[in-house]
Design a protein around this ligand. Structure first.
Ligand SMILES: Cc1ncc(COP(=O)(O)O)c(C=O)c1O
Length: 357
């Protein structure tokens, strides 16, 4: 095993400490504890359920149209993604990863020792997913693939037809596809989950993003029973269980799902035109792709992404995500799920940073 440092996280950590305005984040403006309006006086803190509190598992199972034994509650989507790759690991197997990508989705398979095949999303194609390329790699023997839908950092959505073609290829070549759907429900008309298309798909997600509750560290895996057995065996040796307090709050969140999604989408709908106008306002930045989420991945014209990121953070107190941390220098991730005043402040600072180049 050989894991490189998680560069984006270290970058964020470093500048968060300095109290900078964060317009890199893929989170939606957070909730405050007081907004829960819930008492936990009766909670028995000795209780922890290895694969998830039963009624939360049941709720998640209903969301996905599966049985509760096909759901495991995890410590965020982070644990879910790691656990799956680790549990499926077999020496010599090949894993398809995307580039650009949210770092762990490429580095976990690589770090664990899978042979990695890289599938590029090209800016010139609007960062479209290369379905034909994936099918070709499966024909050549790749056994697993990691897809993020909608995609981080570009915000691009895959069509249901593409997912069906991928599922067919997975069935034909005895392969499995891990689909990270952590951002799906922020979309106006979210597509059906990949798990409803084929049991060759393994789905992960969490309440970190669209539910704005990243601090609770609560996510999940949805998978067929045979795979779930493997994930459960490994889970018994890792974190044992998720925090039961987080599970209680997640149950609260699902009771209010519609209201919470409405809130998230209203940030996105208000902020997206502001970001579009900002992108139009300078020749030094452009984005010719259509983000369906609350972040995008603009191109910098003639500016180094790391230098831009450093200037923005160190001179103008504003964090963006340099493209090289997602595998594509010359771009940067720009998040816009935060409150509108903070976004406007961040964009005004980025305008100043651009003027320095
Ligand atoms: C695609 C993707 N998956 C997983 C995660 C981690 O999510 P969690 O906070 O649920 O561990 C992130 C966080 O940014 C992400 O972008």
């Amino acid at each position: 095993m050989n894991f490189p440092p998680f560069r984006l996280l270290r970058w964020l950590e470093h500048y968060w400490k300095a109290g900078a305005v964060d317009v890199c984040t893929s989170n939606i403006e957070g909730y405050r504890f007081s907004e829960f309006g819930r008492q936990f006086d009766d909670m028995n803190l000795a209780v922890a359920y290895p694969f998830g509190e039963p009624s939360l598992r049941e709720t998640l199972a209903k969301e996905y149209g599966v049985k509760s034994e096909n759901v495991m509650v995890t410590v965020g989507a982070s644990e879910a993604n790691f656990l799956i790759c680790m549990a499926l690991y077999d020496k010599g197997e090949r894993f398809i990863v995307e580039n650009p990508a949210y770092e762990p989705l490429a580095e976990i398979p690589r770090g664990l020792g899978y042979g990695v095949d890289v599938l590029e999303r090209r800016y010139e194609d609007g960062f479209r997913f290369d379905t034909a390329g994936l099918v070709e790699l499966m024909k050549k023997g790749a056994k697993y693939a990691f897809i993020c839908n909608p995609h981080n950092p570009t915000g691009i959505e895959m069509s249901e037809d593409d997912l069906r073609r991928i599922a067919e290829a997975a069935e034909e070549h005895d392969a499995y596809v891990l689909v990270d759907e952590i951002f799906k429900d922020v979309m106006k008309d979210p597509p059906p989950s990949a798990i409803s298309i084929s049991d060759r798909m393994i789905v992960t997600a969490s309440i970190s993003k669209v539910f704005s509750m990243a601090g609770l560290r609560l996510g999940w895996i949805v998978a067929n029973s045979e795979l779930m057995e493997k994930f459960e065996s490994l889970r018994e040796y890792t974190t044992v269980a998720v925090s039961s307090a987080s599970e209680e709050m997640a149950k609260w969140a699902f009771e209010r799902k519609d209201e919470i999604l409405e809130r998230a989408r209203s940030y996105v709908n208000t902020n997206r035109p502001i970001v579009d106008a900002w992108l139009e306002s300078s020749d030094l930045v452009e984005y010719n792709a259509e983000s369906k989420t609350h972040f995008c991945f603009p191109r910098l014209n003639g500016i180094d992404d790391l230098e831009f990121g450093r200037t923005a953070a160190e001179k103008y107190n504003t964090i963006v995500g340099p493209g090289r941390f997602f595998g594509l220098p010359g771009h940067f991730r720009l998040g816009f799920g935060m409150n509108t005043e903070a976004l406007q402040e961040g964009l005004a600072n980025l305008t100043k940073a651009l003027k320095d180049f």
